[in-house]
Design a protein around this ligand. Structure first.
Ligand SMILES: NC(=O)C1=CN([C@@H]2O[C@H](COP(=O)(O)OP(=O)(O)OC[C@H]3O[C@@H](n4cnc5c(N)ncnc54)[C@H](O)[C@@H]3O)[C@@H](O)[C@H]2O)C=CC1
Ligand SMILES: O=C(O)C(=O)Cc1ccc(O)cc1
Length: 365
């Protein structure tokens, strides 16, 4: 069997998830890692995710087919000069950072362009650390590749195939375009979420009415405010130019909204919400995105003891695994409805068909 050595620097949420996916799909590969947290490395060895834990970037990294840089972005860039000696001609050096220009610039400086293909799995969560990592995190998620100008097409093809084998969806982009696009769809939303949460904290009443009354909508758009502070600090520092421009443009949009409110401009206010509804509704639920897609359906349940158990039994006896199940209450479903999440689209479709056959009212989303 063909074995390869894969190295990781940083084995947290993303590094850990990729390592676990490699372990799952290429069990014969040899995995090694360096992380500043000794506990993380010990756990990864104990769980059988990696074979070798390294106390620094050392000789172990020589001969790797892939080296994944998965620490916060400023550290990834800083480690390149230490890594350089261990990067052989066949090695594909890659990262998973949310910003690409800074690492590409350092790669050019160090003459590592023939080896470097930037990477960015558009998957993750507000959680962090190896303990939260899982192979399914990158499954069906877009995985952006930003090849250096001098890397061979053969290496790009090999990396693309590797990403596909890990069940992610490779997309090749220019690194500068990557930073503008992710600046808008990922970095700006994180800044909005965090500043909105802080705004509520700073303007709340003495008895914290806002904190206690905050409803689903507020929680939906601020989930990501619980993300790793060091990671987002570094993203803002490294994608400064794009984020500054995007914030300026977005503040202009907010000012227009304020003007419409100040002037009681009925038409403008209606359009604001109608346009956003149309565009948001046109985003396919099944497309992969920064927020990992979910395969869920909603189902009315008969209000009697054992209602959930009956549905779970129907699904289990048809070999459909449930990822998550629970009753939700919101304005859309005032009476409460059962939300059932599945691991993939086909399971969700099969479950919907089956439950309809049993005369359940099913809402597919
Ligand atoms: N969290 C997310 O949703 C996503 C994160 N990313 C990128 O992935 C990278 C890692 O993020 P996460 O895995 O979420 O973070 P994390 O905090 O879960 O993991 C980072 C890991 O790096 C280690 N580390 C920190 N500083 C280090 C250093 N100086 N030397 C060696 N190891 C060090 C930590 O001990 C930890 O195990 C970042 O560059 C981020 O931009 C990319 C896509 C999604
Ligand atoms: O939690 C979420 O929805 C995210 O937005 C996760 C995420 C964070 C950083 C990235 O570079 C990509 C994805």
């Amino acid at each position: 069997m063909m074995t390869k050595k894969i190295g990781f620097i940083g084995l947290g949420l993303i590094g850990g998830s990729i390592a676990k996916a490699v372990r799952q799909y290429f069990p014969e590969y040899e995995l090694l890692a360096f992380d500043k947290s000794k506990e993380t490395l010990a756990l990864a060895v104990q769980e059988g995710t990696i074979h070798t834990s390294c106390s620094s970037i050392d000789e172990n990294f020589r001969g790797c087919a892939y080296i994944f840089l998965c620490a916060p972005i400023a550290y990834n860039t800083a480690y390149l000069s230490q890594l350089k000696d261990f990067v052989g001609s066949e090695c594909i050096l890659t990262d998973v950072g949310s910003v690409k220009s800074s690492i590409h610039e350092e790669i050019i400086q160090l003459g590592l362009e023939e080896n470097f293909i930037g990477g960015h799995p558009m998957a993750g969560s507000e959680k962090s650390g190896f303990v939260n990592s899982k192979p399914v995190l990158i499954e069906n998620a877009y995985y952006i590749l930003t090849p250096s100008a001098k890397v061979s097409p053969a290496k790009v093809d090999a990396y693309r195939e590797f990403v596909t084998a890990l069940k992610a969806l490779p997309v090749v982009l220019d690194y500068e375009e990557h930073d503008y696009v992710t600046g808008t769809i990922s970095h700006l939303p994180h800044i909005i979420a965090s500043s909105l949460v802080n705004f509520v904290r700073d303007t709340d009443t003495k008895d914290e009415l806002m904190k206690n009354l905050a409803a689903g909508g507020f929680k939906d758009i601020t989930r990501i405010a619980s993300s790793s502070p060091v990671m987002w600090q570094q993203i803002c520092l490294k994608n400064k130019k794009n984020i500054s421009q995007i914030l300026e443009d977005y503040i202009g949009v907010l000012q227009e909204a304020k003007k419409a409110v100040d002037e009681g401009a009925e038409g403008e206010l209606y359009s604001l919400f109608e346009d956003s509804k149309d565009y948001r509704d046109s985003m396919p639920n099944s497309s992969a995105g920064p927020i990992k897609k979910s395969f869920a359906l909603y189902c009315d349940i008969i209000d009697e003891a054992g209602g959930i158990a009956t549905i779970a039994t129907i699904l289990a006896s048809n070999n459909i695994s449930i990822k998550n199940i629970g009753i939700i209450h919101n304005r859309e479903f005032e009476e409460g409805v059962l939300r059932i999440e599945f691991y993939d689209g086909p399971s969700s479709n099969k479950a919907a068909e089956l439950l309809k056959k049993y005369r359940y009212i099913v809402y597919e989303v």
